[in-house]
Design a protein around this ligand. Structure first.
Ligand code: 13P
Length: 252
């Protein structure tokens, strides 16, 4: 049974005091997750250790929002997968559209980042998704397929199962405009088909595909209930304890 995941992406928000309060508010509720359910918190680098310590509850994990493509060396300001591993971090978000847009991250660079994350046993949450112009031109399937092909198709079927996909249509991020549950399901089924054609149906069936883009307490259940949606990657609403608690409780 594939994992159902509620992933928070805090982006560049919160000071350490607020981060601590937010984590405590969520952990103190004592949410009981089923064996196949996870809650993951992608926090800013300086808060990773704090989050890792606070989230010692079963099936709650701290995650990084990025890592670099090189092992170590003279790369001022970067953070390596090995450093994350040394902090006991098990997940890393890679290829978020904000990284692609503001930091010029290409599908090729992301292939390298994915390689290194797997080398250090960190499960990548690999983001894909189209901008509005591509959706309007109705070529979103081709666009997303290319992202998957160029960053993921060099993996073995075995390694592919160590990667989580997050479909985040850029036009739905931070805009309050969510993809309808039907639009999400259509794209998720398409992504699973692309993965099945390359890696086989069983492998594709084991891969968690999260939806991201204006997920909130009020719409999470409907979106997560779609057959090919295995949870969400949540920005704004993950900064509010009550919202994110409801989102975690909406996992199927
Ligand atoms: P919002 O939930 O704020 O739309 O952000 C989505 C996102 O980018 C998560 O990675």
């Amino acid at each position: 049974m594939r994992k159902q995941i509620a992933a928070a992406n805090w982006k560049m928000n919160l000071t350490v005091d607020k981060a601590e309060v937010l984590l405590e508010e969520i952990v103190n509720v004592n949410i009981t997750l089923k064996e196949n359910q996870l809650a993951v918190f992608a926090v800013p680098f300086p808060y990773l250790q704090l989050a890792e310590q606070k989230l010692s509850t079963q099936n709650f994990y701290a995650a990084a929002q990025n890592c670099y493509s090189k092992k170590s060396g003279a790369y001022t300001g970067e953070v390596s997968a090995e450093m994350l591993q040394s902090l006991n971090i098990k997940y890393v978000v890679l290829g978020h559209s904000e990284r692609r847009e503001y930091f010029d991250e290409s599908n090729q660079l992301l292939a390298e980042k994915l390689n290194i994350a797997l080398e250090y046993n960190i499960m990548p949450i690999f983001c894909c998704g189209e901008p509005l112009s591509i959706r309007d031109a109705q070529i979103q399937n081709e666009f997303v397929a290319k992202q998957l092909q160029e960053s993921l198709f060099h993996f073995s079927a075995d390694d592919m199962q160590k990667i989580v996909i997050a479909y985040e249509p850029i036009w739905a991020i931070g805009t309050g405009k969510t993809a309808s549950s039907l639009q999400a399901q259509e794209m998720h089924a398409y992504i699973r088909k692309v993965l099945a054609d390359k890696f086989g149906k069983t492998v594709a069936g084991n891969i968690s595909i999260l939806y991201g883009g204006s997920v909130k307490a009020s719409n999470a259940k409907e979106i997560f209930n779609q057959p090919d949606v295995d949870g969400g990657l949540v920005g704004g609403a993950s900064l509010i304890a009550s919202e994110f608690i409801t989102i975690i409780n909406s996992l199927k």
